[in-house]
Ligand binder design. Structure first.
Ligand SMILES: Nc1ncnc2c1ncn2[C@@H]1O[C@H](COP(=O)(O)OP(=O)(O)OP(=O)(O)O)[C@@H](O)[C@H]1O
Length: 377
C-alpha cells in the first residue's frame, strides 16, 4: 500500500472523552488510487483527513506513506514536510495574485523558467491556459476550483487530500467537475483521498470508498460492493435506497431460500443457512431496484408517496402486511398516490442482517443520516 492508516484515532482536547472523533480507523490506498470518505456530518471524515495531512496529532495508531512513518509511535512529521497537497471547499485562492501566480505559489523556489513551464503545464492540465493573467474573482466557482487543483498539483505532491472540493458548486457542475478531476488525477497518477457528503460524487470519484459513522469506518470497499454487499446495516441504509423487511431463512432440497412479505426469494446468491440466525429469522435488505412493478403479480402494494426522477419514479409503497418498500418504476407507469399496484421482488443476491426489535427500525434509526446525505437520483 502507498498510504496506510493503521487503527488511527483522533481525539480533540475537551471533546467527548469516551468517543474519539476518529476511532481506530484502518484503510489503505495503492499508488494512483482514489479513495473517498463519506458519512453523515460529524462522523469524523475531516478529522481523518486532517490527521493524514499532519494537522491533527494521533491519539493512537499509525499513518505510513510510501514506507515512511508519518504519524504514530511517538513520531509526527510536520505537515509541510509530508509533501501532501490539499484542496478545500472554499478554493482559498489568493485574491491579490494572478491565476498564474496562484498556481506558482507552492513552487516559488524553482528557477523562473522551470516554474513558468510547470505553471503552463498545470494550467493546460486543468484546461485553463487562457486565464493565466486574470484575477481569481474573474473566474467562475468551477474554474476557481480547477485552479485550486492546479496549484495543489504543481509541487508534485505525493498525495492529494480534497475536503468537500465541490460542495459550493451547483449540482450539475459538481457532477461534471468530479469526472474531470478524476480524469486529471488519473492522468497525473496522483494518489488522492477525498471527503464528501455526496454519495453520487463518491461513486463518480472513488476506486475505494469508506463509509464512516461515529468516528468508525464501517466499510472500505469499491462502490459496487458497498451497494450490493453492505457489511453493516448502517452502510446498507446510508448507500442507495432501500428498506429492511422481516424474513425467514428456510431449508429446502435445492438450497436455502428466504420467506418475505413479498413472497419466497429463491435462487438467490449469498443466502446464508437457516442456522445463521435464531430460528432463521432475519431482516432482508430490499433495494428500490429489487422491486419490480408487475400488473399481474399477486402481491399488491399501496402507493404512499412518489417522487419523479426523470426516467423513473421512486415509489414508497405499503404492503398489506404493514411493511414499507421502495421501488424504482419507469416513469411512464404514472400511478396515483393511494392506488394499489402489483409488485414482485427480483433479488439476485440477498443481504440479510440480524433482526432488530421493530421491523424497518434500521431504516428509521438511520433516517437522521439519510436526511444529511445527497440521495441517489
Ligand atoms: N477542533 C475541534 N475541537 C473539538 N471537537 C472537534 C473539532 N473538530 C471536530 N470536532 C468534533 O469531532 C467530530 C468529527 O468532526 P469532523 O469535522 O471530523 O466530522 P465530519 O464528518 O468531517 O463532519 P462534516 O461533514 O460536518 O464536516 C465531531 O463530533 C466534531 O464536533
Amino acid at each position: 500500500m502507498f498510504l496506510q492508516l493503521d487503527q488511527i484515532s483522533v481525539r480533540y482536547p475537551g471533546g467527548t472523552a469516551q468517543r474519539p472523533a476518529v476511532d481506530k480507523v484502518s484503510m489503505g490506498l495503492r499508488p494512483g488510487q482514489i479513495g473517498v470518505l463519506i458519512g453523515p456530518s460529524g462522523c469524523g471524515k475531516t478529522s481523518a483527513l486532517r490527521a493524514v495531512a499532519g494537522l491533527e496529532p494521533l491519539a493512537g495508531g499509525r499513518i505510513v506513506m510510501d514506507g515512511e512513518l508519518l504519524s504514530g509511535d511517538g513520531r509526527h512529521v510536520a505537515p509541510e514536510h509530508r509533501r501532501i497537497g490539499m484542496v478545500f471547499q472554499d478554493y482559498a485562492l489568493f485574491p491579490h495574485l494572478t491565476i498564474a501566480r496562484n498556481v506558482a505559489f507552492g513552487i516559488r523556489h524553482l528557477p523562473r523558467a522551470e516554474r513558468e513551464a510547470r505553471v503552463a503545464e498545470m494550467l493546460e492540465l486543468v484546461g485553463l491556459s487562457h486565464v493565466a493573467e486574470r484575477a481569481p474573482h474573474q473566474l467562475s466557482g468551477g474554474q476557481q476550483q480547477r485552479i485550486a487543483l492546479a496549484r495543489a498539483l504543481a509541487p508534485h505532491p505525493r498525495l492529494l487530500l480534497l475536503d468537500e472540493p465541490f460542495s459550493s458548486l451547483d449540482v450539475d457542475l459538481r457532477g461534471r467537475l468530479a469526472q474531470d478531476v478524476r480524469a486529471i488525477l488519473q492522468r497525473t497518477r496522483t494518489t488522492a483521498l477525498f471527503v464528501t457528503h455526496d454519495q453520487m460524487e463518491a461513486f463518480a470519484l472513488g476506486d475505494a470508498i469508506g463509509v464512516m459513522q461515529g468516528g468508525k469506518l464501517e466499510q472500505w470497499d469499491d462502490a459496487y460492493t458497498l451497494y450490493h454487499r453492505p457489511a453493516t446495516r448502517f452502510v446498507a441504509d446510508f448507500i442507495g435506497h432501500g428498506v429492511f423487511v422481516p424474513g425467514r431463512i428456510m431449508a429446502a432440497p435445492r438450497g436455502p431460500f428466504v420467506r418475505t412479505p413479498l413472497g419466497d426469494l429463491t435462487d438467490v446468491a449469498g443466502c446464508l443457512l437457516p442456522d445463521a440466525y435464531p430460528g432463521g429469522e432475519c431482516d432482508v435488505l430490499l433495494r428500490a431496484d429489487d422491486i419490480v412493478h408487475d400488473d399481474v403479480a399477486p402481491t399488491r402494494a399501496c402507493i404512499e408517496r412518489k417522487a419523479f426522477r426523470g426516467s423513473e419514479f421512486l415509489y414508497t409503497l405499503r404492503l398489506p402486511t404493514g411493511e414499507q418498500v421502495l421501488a424504482h418504476v419507469p416513469s411512464h407507469h404514472d400511478h396515483a398516490v393511494g392506488e394499489w399496484i402489483g409488485i414482485r421482488a427480483q433479488v439476485d443476491h440477498i443481504v440479510t442482517f440480524e433482526r432488530t426489535p421493530a421491523p424497518n427500525s434500521a431504516a428509521s434509526t438511520a433516517s437522521n443520516a439519510r436526511s444529511e446525505r445527497a440521495t441517489l437520483p
